[in-house]
Design a protein around this ligand. Structure first.
Ligand SMILES: C[S@@+](CC[C@H](N)C(=O)[O-])C[C@H]1O[C@@H](n2cnc3c(N)ncnc32)[C@H](O)[C@@H]1O
Length: 215
């Protein structure tokens, strides 16, 4: 549980969400055991709704981990759609590929192994939706490239924009998170919300999700 939404409200939302299947439940459990910072099922459902709403056929994800959010996204794709998802940790890449197989989605998912900062320069757009959930210090350096890769009307969805409340001055009495990452997210939020090609709204769900549509 995070500290943005009260635990009782998070549990209520969780009780209403019947979309996670057995594979997703098992991957979430494996992620929790390994202390991996995966989105939860409520953010997963939001990703799926957004991908369906824009009729996404091509999705890019930065930060695969073991494929949990990727399965929520890829589940919204038509059979000829594709999710390209980037991850630099080789063991997580292996686990993610196995999980996409288990979820029956491997035919529409490409897990790209390596540093997203380098690889994103080589990717060809346009994408209908980009999910930014990689290293927080890369949010600002990758912003212009992600906007460039989106089609007009496409969505840039960014996780962790409230960073456990630590980007909000005075909200957390004893901050726990890395101060450089907190500054990086605060700067990203400013740039995202002032970006001339984007219209952004932030949903204070879990750790904060920013949803930006490209003009
Ligand atoms: C927050 S986790 C992703 C969680 C995943 N989106 C989910 O909710 O299921 C961030 C991931 O980004 C990866 N990562 C960090 N920096 C990266 C980089 N420069 N290139 C590619 N992956 C990176 C980390 O190894 C980590 O697995």
């Amino acid at each position: 549980m995070g500290q943005i939404v009260p635990d009782l409200v998070e549990r209520y939302l969780s009780g209403l969400n019947h979309q996670a299947n057995a594979v997703l439940v098992e991957i979430a459990r494996a992620g929790a055991e390994r202390d991996l910072p995966l989105v939860d099922a409520e953010v997963g459902a939001l990703l799926r709704v957004l991908a369906l709403a824009v009729r996404a056929r091509r999705i890019l994800e930065i930060g695969t981990a073991i494929g949990y959010s990727g399965i929520w996204l890829a589940g919204a794709l038509p059979p000829d759609g594709m999710l390209m998802t980037m991850e630099m940790d080789p063991e997580r890449v292996r686990a993610a590929r196995a999980n996409f197989e288990r979820a029956g989605l491997a035919d529409r998912v490409s897990v790209v192994a390596g540093d997203a900062q380098r690889m994103i320069a080589k990717v060809a757009g346009p994408f209908d939706l980009i999910f930014q959930d990689g290293a927080k210090e890369l949010y600002v350096p990758l912003l212009e490239r992600t906007v460039e890769l989106l089609r007009p009307g496409g969505l840039l969805v960014t996780d962790n924009v409230l960073w456990n409340g630590e980007v909000v001055p005075g909200f957390v009495p004893a901050p726990q998170r890395d101060a450089a990452e907190t500054r990086a997210i605060a700067e990203y939020n400013e740039r995202l919300n002032r970006h001339p090609q984007l219209v952004t709204a932030t949903v204070p769900l879990r750790d904060g999700v920013a949803i930006s549509v490209k003009r």
